[in-house]
Design a protein around this ligand. Structure first.
Ligand code: ADP
Ligand code: TRP
Length: 327
């Protein structure tokens, strides 16, 4: 059995989960978790989000929204382990231990830190230490494989370095994890054609109520080709998004409409809107049910935390023992 583990940040200012997160992380993650040979540990990285989100109510809402999205897409929490990072505080203890073995320059060279370090007054020590906490998320649970986006590659290399050097000093202690970076995972474009991201405010949240969802679809940027004229599907954001969700026949039909003319971007957006409602009807319904009963989400996360603790405890004890602390 291979243990695959990944963390999903609950960042953002209003708990939004967008189509990029769903097609780029949630759907492929669930596919992996379904394989009989895998056991998935998926958690919501709320301690990491404290580096940026200070408001407790917003953080709690983000955690719920992210959890509800995973559950709405069918993540099986009986077969797998689904938990909130902060519910297993052992990870903070391990973070201290491994911080004491992490060379300062390694952290100073992290892209995630360097990107922000021209404005050091805004940088907190948590952000600096972010990669150690992430390494501990992984090492505490003996994870074998860590599916992540390309942007996390360096963090995985640091995790492996930290684990290898500890193992070298104290004998086999940690499982050294392998990153799983799927180069084929699509980059979902946002409403402005750049990568869809919370930071660009160009995202589609497929869980919005109908009216608000329609409004955000209508916001997709297009050029000003008049309605009557033929249009180029391959340079259009609406067509790109539609193609990610539609089946072959639907895509061919929309391509024809574009090239034939007398088909406006408004028509294409309406078709995309209706496709989202149709394709994700079940998930949207389930999401609303979950979001209206936060106790249920919480209960699931706590159950997951219990299972996660059972895995974490012996690993932490092994480390305490090697470092000469009482167990
Ligand atoms: P954001 O850029 O909105 O803050 P995150 O960095 O929190 O998104 O990403 C969470 C997960 O969703 C990651 O695994 C990331 O690779 C995936 N993801 C985010 N945006 C996209 C996108 N536009 N296309 C594909 N995957 C994405
Ligand atoms: N840093 C990751 C991100 O921003 C989230 C994360 C935290 C994570 N801990 C992790 C991912 C452990 C994989 C394993 O996407």
């Amino acid at each position: 059995m291979a243990r695959i583990l990944t963390g999903i940040q609950s960042s953002g200012s209003n708990g939004e989960v967008h189509l990029g997160n769903i097609l780029g992380a949630i759907v492929p993650g669930i596919e992996l978790s379904k394989k009989a040979e895998n056991e998935a540990y998926f958690f919501i990285a709320d301690l990491h989000s404290l580096t940026t989100v200070k408001d407790a109510a917003i953080r709690a809402q983000n955690v719920r929204a992210v959890a509800a999205a995973w559950l709405a897409f069918g993540f099986d929490t009986d077969k797998n382990v689904f938990y909130r990072q902060s519910d297993v505080p052992e990870v903070c203890e391990l973070t201290w231990y491994l911080s004491c073995f992490t060379p300062f320059p390694m952290l100073a060279n992290a892209h995630s830190f360097k990107d922000k370090s021209n404005n050091l007054a805004d940088v907190n020590a948590g952000l600096f230490n972010y990669p150690v906490l992430m390494a501990c998320d992984i090492l505490l649970y003996d994870a074998n494989y860590v599916p992540v986006g390309k942007d996390q590659k360096q963090h995985l290399e640091m995790t492996r370095d930290i684990a290898n050097s500890f193992n070298h000093k104290y004998g086999e202690t940690f499982v050294v994890p392998e990153p799983m970076i799927d180069e084929r995972v699509m980059v979902v474009p946002g409403t402005d054609g750049r990568k869809m991201s919370k930071s660009y405010d160009n995202y589609l949240n497929i869980f919005l109520p109908e009216k608000a969802l329609r409004k955000s679809v209508m916001r997709i940027e297009t050029d000003s080709t008049p309605l009557e004229e033929p249009k180029d599907p391959d340079s259009c954001n609406v067509f790109a998004l539609y193609s990610l969700l539609a089946n072959k026949e639907q895509i061919a039909e929309m391509r024809n409409n574009y090239t034939a003319g007398n088909y406006g971007y408004g028509h294409a957006k309406q078709a995309l809107f209706e496709l989202i409602l149709d394709k994700y009807a079940e998930q949207r319904k389930f999401y609303d049910v979950l979001m209206s009963s936060p106790e249920e989400i919480d209960a699931k996360l706590l159950l997951g935390a219990k299972k996660a603790s059972d895995t974490a405890r012996p690993v932490l004890n092994k480390v305490r023992k090697k470092l000469g602390f009482r167990t």
